[in-house]
Ligand binder design. Structure first.
Ligand SMILES: Nc1nc2c(ncn2[C@@H]2O[C@H](COP(=O)(O)OP(=O)(O)OP(=O)(O)O)[C@@H](O)[C@H]2O)c(=O)[nH]1
Ligand SMILES: [Mg+2]
Length: 459
């Protein structure tokens, strides 16, 4: 779902997560990436600028205790995205109710009727569907087949052109907890459509002789149950959803929105943010053509999924695992001892197998260049860890003091061979020298990838 947007957002956040230091230019890069992704998802430009401003401002406000700047920025992005997508999840009442589905031609009303019926059926309620679409040829058959497929009672009058008559008649016969009414579509919200929907609305509200009809509908006493007027909007119209939601709301007073075809367009972000701006509550999103493809819309979860993490905490953990910022800074300056070297190795291992880590850093190809490949590198990293663990604090702080008797002791303690200990110390010196030669700006630009590339080159 929203694959383009999702890929881009994830990429920009992962880029940030890999950085050793998060400064203004890193935040600026991130903001630019996010702007590009949201605008290509048809999110309103002004809204995007507002969000950018909030990210910029909040990124450099006081960082809450226990968070690094990087974690804080990630959290801010997550929160700001959630803010434009709706913030709070809609509550669904699992009680008897009437639902009128309205929307333009092809928006997905009929399929949504089936999906809603399936949703309430799975929750243990008894749905029924009524076809009040008197415009579309074969609308009756379409809903009838759908009803049959999911085993839900279906009502309507074939070839009848008066939708009010169909509704009254069907309500008098239906016995259900959740009455779902499919209505006609039009190419635009014109007078015909408004008049027709208004009449259905009056009947459902119980303002006409429907009261009498309701009285006869026994187990489904539709007069007193809740009533939802749901606008069905296809995601592919992007931010044009704003005008549609406003127009339908003025004409009818809609209670909720369902955004369909989220799976089939890159513009879903635009549709969702535009709906939220109008104050319309998005209750469900539809993500496919089968009756099962309906999801409760939860903005927080939606954002988490969009950026590829189950929740904010998992994302932060990932950022934490990558590197300790202060240590990264020391390494960038070439000012690090074996302890720092060790903690780098440790964070590399926390992130999983080397191959996965290199891949995450966009350095997947590096492994191929290394004689012996990645397994050898991984094994070597493990050995280095043992060797460094067997050193004394003085040796770690000042590896120059490691003479041959110390090498022998360390080799013995770590279960490694003496040449391996020597190789580690030599490599440490090599990296240190190399780091001092590379400009910090260049390293920062390459992020941690740059640092690890140096490690990789020497392994
Ligand atoms: N991929 C995808 N297709 C959908 C989704 N929802 C509906 N569709 C498809 O969109 C087309 C129109 O859906 P309908 O449910 O018939 O739309 P409608 O609003 O009832 O259309 P009219 O009755 O002509 O006004 C159908 O081919 C559906 O299968 C969705 O969430 N994802
Ligand atoms: Mg239809």
């Amino acid at each position: 779902m929203l694959k383009g947007l999702s890929d881009k957002l994830r990429e920009s956040l992962e880029k940030l997560a890999r950085l050793g230091l998060v400064d203004t230019s890193a935040v600026e890069d991130l903001v630019r990436d996010i702007q590009r992704s949201l605008i290509s998802a048809d999110v309103d430009v002004e809204l995007v600028f507002q969000l950018s401003e909030n990210i910029r401002k909040r990124s450099f406000e006081k960082i809450p205790a226990g968070l690094s700047r990087k974690e804080h920025v990630i959290k801010v992005v997550y929160e700001e995205l959630t803010k434009i997508l709706g913030e709070k999840k809609s509550e669904i009442e699992l009680k008897p109710k009437k639902i009128l589905l309205v929307g333009l031609f092809g928006s997905g009303k009929t399929s949504t009727a089936g999906k809603l019926a399936r949703f309430y059926q799975k929750k243990g309620l008894k749905p029924a569907m009524i076809c009040c679409d008197v415009v579309r040829p074969a609308a009756y058959e379409q809903l009838e087949q759908l009803a049959h497929k999911i085993d839900v009672p279906f009502f309507g009058i074939k070839a009848e052109k008066d939708s009010s008559k169909v509704l009254k008649d069907s309500m008098s016969k239906a016995r259900a907890d959740v009455l779902i009414v499919d209505s006609s579509g039009r190419s635009a919200l014109d007078k015909d459509l408004i008049n027709e929907i208004k009449k259905l609305n009056d009947i459902l509200k119980g303002q006409t002789d429907a009261k009498q009809i309701d009285a006869r509908s026994a187990s489904g006493d539709f007069a007193s149950v809740g009533y939802e007027r749901i606008l069905v909007i296809p995601a592919d119209i992007g931010q044009a959803a704003r005008e549609q939601a406003n127009a339908f709301h003025t004409a009818l007073g809609i209670t909720d929105v369902i955004v369909t075809k989220m799976d089939a367009t890159a513009k879903g972000g635009g549709a969702l943010t535009a709906c939220y701006e109008t104050g319309a509550k998005v209750k469900f999103i539809s993500v496919g053509e089968t009756p099962e493809d309906l999801e409760l819309y939860d903005p927080e979860k939606f954002v988490a999924r969009l950026i590829g993490f189950p929740d904010l905490e998992t994302l932060l953990e990932k950022a934490r695992a990558v590197v300790d910022e202060k240590k990264a800074e020391k390494i960038i300056k070439g000012d690090f001892d074996l302890d720092d070297f060790y903690s780098q190795i440790e964070s590399m291992q926390k992130m999983g197998p080397v191959s996965q880590m290199l891949d995450m850093m966009g350095m997947g190809k590096l492994g191929a260049k290394v004689p012996g490949g990645l397994d050898v590198q991984e094994a070597k990293m493990k050995k280095w860890k043992f060797i460094i663990q067997s050193m004394t604090p003085e040796e770690k702080a000042n590896p120059d003091i490691i003479n041959s008797s110390r090498v022998a002791r360390i080799a013995n303690g770590s279960g490694c061979k003496e040449p391996e200990v020597r190789e580690l110390v030599a490599n440490y010196n090599k990296v240190k020298k190399m780091m001092k030669k590379i400009s910090p700006a260049k390293l920062k630009r390459g992020g941690l990838g740059g640092i690890f590339k140096q490690f990789g080159n020497m392994m």
